[in-house]
Design a binder for this molecule. Structure first.
Ligand code: GTP
Ligand code: MG
Length: 325
């Protein structure tokens, strides 16, 4: 059966052929569908137009989603998120590469990293997320970086111990964190920010001969009350201690659960804030569990194994908790 297509249809088809963007293609296809004569002879063509339209719409949504996905917004994974922060060439990406399986670009020139990249650092039986970030200088601060840092559970400020400017780097970084309210003494509910006790200052390139003198200067003239951790990505010096220190600074504990009469599940611990109670663990396991809970016993931090404890008992790292209903 002849299709008997109209001049309007041919015009719309022409626009489709010329269309470059997905949006233009969708608009042209919609027009073609609107003006195509609706009879038996065009049935197949209409079905085909609808199929193409749906494909382009899907493509459009995907693209829109991808452009909306902010590279500076790093989804939290593992037991906690530690974001790196520092001047160019301070060894941030090398640090990520040394402690995780991530493969960031490392180079001797500045501004190698342009968007954040995360990797998972194994620590005993858990993983802690490290987030490498693009560098800052007095002149250039990547837009979006403050958001990445504010979202993290803790911060690792990296300075280059082999550089004459490491004290200036440190002062600038700490002031930036304070001025941008990334570090806050107190945060109201819903306000993001990192508490001052969750910042570690890491001094890279401790393998270089200049580093000892520079670190001494920081100790004498640098801000009071900061924890300075010299390390080397080259020799590995200090890296293992840092894994432990990062875990301690995160302020979380691992708790294993046990069903009465069975062996504990040692494979995947619950990650809780340090200071959490048995009741809070029950809430985390299941919304209804606090009401159903009759008794709790602890192996680990309690005075003796299997000791019965009250709901407000504060658990310790690596405790095994048995909750009976
Ligand atoms: N000797 C020595 N060199 C290091 C160390 N850490 C990093 N480097 C070198 O320093 C240079 C910069 O390292 P990167 O890891 O790319 O530094 P970055 O902080 O990620 O740099 P940007 O992405 O520009 O911010 C590279 O040539 C590294 O090989 C270290 O601990 N000791
Ligand atoms: Mg880098």
């Amino acid at each position: 059966m002849p299709a008997n297509l109209t001049p309007q249809y041919y015009a719309a088809e022409e626009s489709f052929k010329k269309a470059v963007s997905v949006e233009e293609k969708i608009a042209a296809l919609e027009e073609m569908l609107a003006v195509i004569p609706k009879h038996k002879g065009t049935e197949k063509m209409r079905a085909d137009l609808k199929r193409r339209l749906s494909r382009f719409r899907q493509e459009g949504t995907k693209k829109a989603r991808a452009s909306r996905a902010d590279p500076f917004n790093i989804e939290r994974q593992g037991a906690g998120q530690a974001a790196l922060f520092g001047f160019p060439n301070t060894g941030k990406s090398s640090f990520l590469a040394a402690l995780t399986r991530a493969q960031p670009k490392v180079a001797a020139y500045p501004f190698t990293t342009t968007v954040p990249l995360s990797g998972m650092m194994p620590y005993e039986d858990i993983f802690i997320q490290l987030v490498d970030t693009p560098p800052v200088t007095e002149e250039i601060i990547p837009p979006g970086l403050a958001g990445t840092l504010r979202n993290a559970d803790m911060l690792l400020v990296l300075i280059d111990a082999a550089s004459d400017e490491c004290l200036e780097q440190l002062d600038f970084c700490l002031n930036y964190l304070k001025n941008k309210k990334i570090v806050r003494e107190t945060t109201a509910p819903g306000v993001r920010g990192v508490s001052p006790d969750k910042i570690l200052v890491l001094a890279s390139k401790a393998d270089q001969p200049e580093s000892a003198g520079n670190l001494q200067i920081i100790k004498e003239l640098g801000p009071a009350g900061i924890e300075l951790w010299p390390f080397s990505n080259k020799t590995g010096q200090g890296l293992e201690d840092l894994r432990e220190r990062i875990f301690q600074t995160l302020g979380v504990i691992r708790v294993y659960t046990k069903i009465p009469g069975r062996e504990p599940d040692m494979k995947k611990p619950f990650i809780m804030k340090r200071g959490s109670t048995v009741l809070e663990l029950a809430e985390t396991i299941h919304r209804d569990l606090p009401n159903l809970m009759k008794n709790a016993r602890i192996w680990g931090s309690a005075r003796y194994d299997g000791q019965s404890v009250t709901r407000d008992y504060i658990m310790g790292d690596r405790d095994i908790v048995e909750i009976s209903q």
